[in-house]
Design a protein around this ligand. Sequence first.
Ligand code: LCS
Length: 410
Amino acid sequence: MHEDHYAPDTLAVHAGIDNCCCHAAVTPIYQTSTFGFSSAEHGAELFAGRGRGYIYTRMGNPTVEAVEKSVAALEGGSNALACGSGMAAIHTCLATLLKQGDHIICSETVYGPTLTLCKSILADFGIESTFVDTSDLAAVKAAIRPNTKVVYVETPANPTLVISDLAAISAIAHEHDAVVVVDNTFMSPLLQRPFDFGADYVVHSLTKFLNGHADVIGGMIIVRNEDQYRPMRRMLNHFGGVLPPMESFLVHRGIRTLHLRMQRHCQSAQRIAEWLADHSQVEWVRYPGLPDHPQYELAQRQMKGAGAVIAFEVKGGIEAGRAVMNAVRLWMLAVSLGGVESLIQHPASMTHASMGAEARRQGHVSDGLVRLSVGVEDVEDLIADLDRALHAAGRESTRVARGTHEHLVS
Ligand code: LCS
């Protein structure tokens, strides 16, 4: 397939599909750990990086290659590397680009384990990190040091939905010979292509939209050219955190409906965000598709859709947030995002409960913050369920306020 000529929706359906020798409609699952050589000479050729064929699934497998080609085509990159998780992709990418004595600038709000990876794990290997609000270009410029090698940007950020200007950050980084790595998980290549704005590497958690069905953990690194690809492949072969054939098959199957799912995710999330903004139990809503988003103009320029993730503050703090969680029936209480099913979580009473109030405040996690990942169910069913839960939270807030008042007057 000559992938250059096709629109993203066509690439989602066809890119990477290897019909193999029997013209199968999809790439079969090559569920094998190793591959035979036709002769000693053939084995020697493959190990020397010449000739056609496969050696061992950690080093390459047709089913894995198929999904790699699909994501590379969608992102507009030359090659992609399928990894065992999003974190494996981020780690493999950063470990390839950084060495002892180097410095990385990282968005201050990123997925928690990415922060820990930079702050403590890379630090143990002598790599320094600075965390800045990457939506503030002056802060990015000010953080550059002579040993800065990487600027790592997650946009929109998890869970604050802060948006960073990829073209401007790439220009700043390149002026100082640093490269830009973008975590594009929240958008998928259908809504944002970081290479079009000058970024150098893209990483994904395949676990989210690309697979889309909440049944696989996986990650992907996408590069622009062969020179970037070779050292990355070497690192992945030696770190060993590859995506197995079965998972590769499932992700590739998921990608074939990515365009349809993203369209529906965006449509429903927009409707829910607008509905929430008018709700009496809601303090504020953060969604890139609402004109009051602080980087709305940038979102319009850089993204083809506002995505599926909404953050909002329920009135009444922790108790009200907990009441929403315990009242929903259709929304599933769970971490993760990007699947066909709608998920809801309240960090202050769930994922971030053990952190303590002060640490949560520093991490921009307010007491009533609720994160939604809007799935592809009927949007009115989703709204009805959320409405009932928000009213339950309202009753809980009134009960708590009354209890406090009675306590004060007694
Ligand atoms: N990047 C982003 C933006 C993420 O949201 C996640 C996971 C990862 C990378 C890591 O991917 P994984 O290794 O899990 O495939 N985000 C999660 C979340 O918000 N809740 O649970 C997982």
